[in-house]
Design a protein around this ligand. Structure first.
Ligand code: ZN
Length: 303
């Protein structure tokens, strides 16, 4: 077993969407830098993904939609819903970041833990992109694992502040993939879907109450024998986030990652971590908050 957590990164995670875009796309480039600086990502544990194959994508997305992304031919209305300009670097990033989550999930099967430095595009539906999400990378990787390893119970634990609506919809009739979302009640998307478990939080929730909700949730699903866990570690629950409505501190996020990652590690259930959202007012703080996922996985693995 590898001593450090496998970290998946590609320079093309950073797409050219313009420096004044509301989405902080540069965080993906800065995150790997800070992980190297903290000595969490070293030469031997950084893995570069390739573009996800069309056949793997087809397990979740319609051919028509995949072709539209490939040919950069979404309608204006579809581009508006997506929130990104549909340029070739956005196409490239979508394929390579989805390939990254697939690779991370395979490495997690081998190493118990692995993390992408992107991913968590949970608002993407099978034939439509939404809210900065082109392909639902976690859904695609979950289907990939299910087919490859014959897993019959995969958990998708989504702690991004927004509901994982795309994921919930994709798996609404699939009882081998169990979807859980803890999210802000009054936040995007306005039309929620039904996950296996949805927990809605009131505005302004603070560390203690939030961590209590997460802890209770983990206890409530404890007896289920999951083969594998995808963890969407959105940091838009942070008090300084532009889009979140909660009041969770950096210490709270640190405690959350420890709680979740330790919980499954102790049970010997492999876990693949992906970023999820983060739109902090302070860019440096944002990158640092995202790095807590990788740092915590690394600490759990080496201790
Ligand atoms: Zn979010």
């Amino acid at each position: 077993m590898m001593k450090s957590v496998p970290i998946i990164n590609h320079p093309d995670y950073v797409a050219q969407i313009g420096d004044d875009h509301r989405f902080p796309i540069k965080k993906f480039g800065e995150l790997i830098k800070i992980l190297k600086k903290k000595n969490i990502a070293k030469d031997h544990n950084i893995f570069q993904p390739t573009e996800v194959s069309k056949s793997t994508l087809l397990n979740v997305h319609s051919e028509e939609y995949i072709n539209k992304i490939n040919n950069l031919s979404l309608t204006q209305e579809e581009i508006r819903k997506l929130g990104f300009p549909l340029v070739s670097s956005v196409r490239r990033r979508s394929f390579v970041a989805t390939g990254g989550t697939v690779l991370a999930s395979k490495l997690a099967v081998k190493n118990k833990l692995a993390c992408n430095t992107a991913g968590g595009s949970h608002h993407a539906f099978s034939n439509q992109g939404n809210g900065y999400c082109v392909f639902n990378d976690v859904a695609v990787a979950a289907k990939y694992l299910k087919n490859k390893y014959k897993f019959n119970k995969i958990l998708i634990l989504d702690l991004d502040v927004h509901q994982g609506d795309g994921t919930a919809k994709i798996f609404e009739n699939d009882d081998t993939i169990y979807t859980v979302s803890i999210h802000s009640k009054k936040n995007y998307p306005s039309k929620k879907q039904s996950s296996n478990i949805d927990i809605e939080l009131e505005d302004g929730m603070e560390d203690e109450e939030y961590l209590n909700v997460v802890n209770q949730l983990l206890k409530s699903i404890e007896t289920q024998n999951f083969n594998f866990v995808f963890y969407i570690a959105g940091v838009d629950v942070h008090c300084n986030d532009r889009l979140g409505k909660l009041n969770v501190s950096e210490i709270g996020i640190r405690k959350r990652e420890k709680l979740v990652i330790n919980h499954f590690f102790k049970k010997n259930i492999p876990l693949c971590g992906v970023l999820g959202g983060g739109y902090n007012h302070d860019f440096e703080q944002l990158v640092n908050l995202h790095s807590i996922l990788h740092e915590t996985c690394n600490d759990v693995l080496i201790n």
